[in-house]
Design a binder for this molecule. Structure first.
Ligand code: HMG
Ligand code: MG
Length: 296
């Protein structure tokens, strides 16, 4: 049976803009985030404290985080100790750490093997949790890797198991390059929900092959009630060639509302948030609900 209520974790300001060709002005990002919060988004990834050489789009993380409301869960991505320290100084209390199941992807993304990353992250996560922070673990290439192809689900589950043994609050399991199909989505999330009943489980789909909504529906049937999505279908990891944007929040919210599943988000106000950033991004926004909004 389907849940009555779903939580959307808006990743537009982070995943959506990290791969953007244009430099989106900080003030535009701030207005975008504020409009998303006004629309009812309670959990969001605001930015990342990563190397500005690697991802210049996120170099204004400190100003962003210091300027916006941190009611609800307002996450930042942190790859290492340095990122965590900078984020703490900016007043962050919800941290997203990230690792790829595939070694080749993890090397391209954070210059370490998966094992090296897990080794580095363990004491960082344990201290964050001890200090009372919320930790979400984002797991990339959970289904397919742009360099290694299909990933054995047992390898993804093994990484989940390790994070859960450290006590992380949430697992965000990602289809980085948008290659999973609904059958694979159902099978992996069914296994994960059954094995980790006491951890928040979130599904993160990219929509490269337009299977994002179908994958969400499959994950809903496996009991998942948390989804990462990005308004406007913006997004993509700069180190995952061939990946396009995340599944679009406005289309996800519309699908859920049509099925009488609550999200707490006002679709009209959400579309106004999309509209505020649309002129500043390098590609046209062509999601179903945004096109309808523009044609009114
Ligand atoms: P490195 O070059 O191996 O490490 O990068 P380093 O320690 O030599 O650092 C290089 C420079 O960056 C140094 O500066 C550091 O101080 C600085 P320099 O001395 O050359 O002037 N530095 C930092 N600056 C600010 N904040 C930091 C930080 N750390 C080092 N935290 C590193 C290693 C991890 C830093 C680099 O590879 C990196 O920043 N990678 C980030 C990659 C990224 O952001 N990817 C996208 C997010 S993940 C994603 O999109 C997937 C997801 O959506 C799920 C899915 O869809 O799969 C979550
Ligand atoms: Mg992503």
């Amino acid at each position: 049976s389907l849940p009555n209520k779903v939580t959307i974790i808006e990743v537009g300001p982070r995943d959506g803009l990290q791969n953007e060709k244009n430099e989106v002005p900080t003030e535009v990002k701030l207005e975008f985030i504020e409009k998303l919060q006004i629309a009812g988004v309670k959990e969001m990834e605001l930015s990342s404290f990563v190397s500005p050489k690697w991802v210049p789009q996120m170099k204004d993380a400190k100003v962003i985080v210091e300027s916006v409301s941190k009611v609800g869960r307002q996450f930042v991505l942190t790859p290492n100790e340095k990122g965590v320290e900078l984020a703490k100084q900016a007043g962050v209390n919800s941290f997203a750490i990230f690792v790829g199941v595939s070694d080749s992807f993890n090397k391209k993304n954070i210059n370490k093997t998966t094992r090296e990353s897990m080794h580095e992250l363990k004491p960082i996560v344990e201290r964050l949790l001890k200090d009372g922070h919320f930790v979400r673990a984002c797991i990339s290439t959970s289904f397919y890797c742009p360099y290694e192809g299909a990933i054995d689900p047992s390898k993804t589950i093994e990484i989940c198991r390790e994070f859960v043994s450290w006590g992380v609050n949430e697992l965000s399991v990602a289809d980085t390059i948008g290659m999973a199909n609904p059958k694979e989505s159902y099978l992996l999330f069914d296994a994960i929900k059954k094995e980790f009943p006491n951890t928040l489980i979130t599904a993160h789909f990219h929509d490269t092959r337009k299977m994002g909504l179908a994958n969400i529906f499959a994950a809903l049937q496996a009991g998942v009630d948390r989804f990462d999505s990005s308004v406007g279908g913006l997004g993509g990891c700069p180190f995952a060639p061939g990946a396009t944007g995340n599944v679009a929040t406005e289309d996800v919210v519309n699908m859920l509302h049509q099925m009488n599943i609550e999200t707490g988000i006002d679709l009209e106000l959400l579309l106004q948030a999309v509209n505020s950033v649309a002129p500043y991004v390098s590609r046209p926004i062509e999601t179903g609900m945004y096109k309808l909004f523009k044609s009114k």
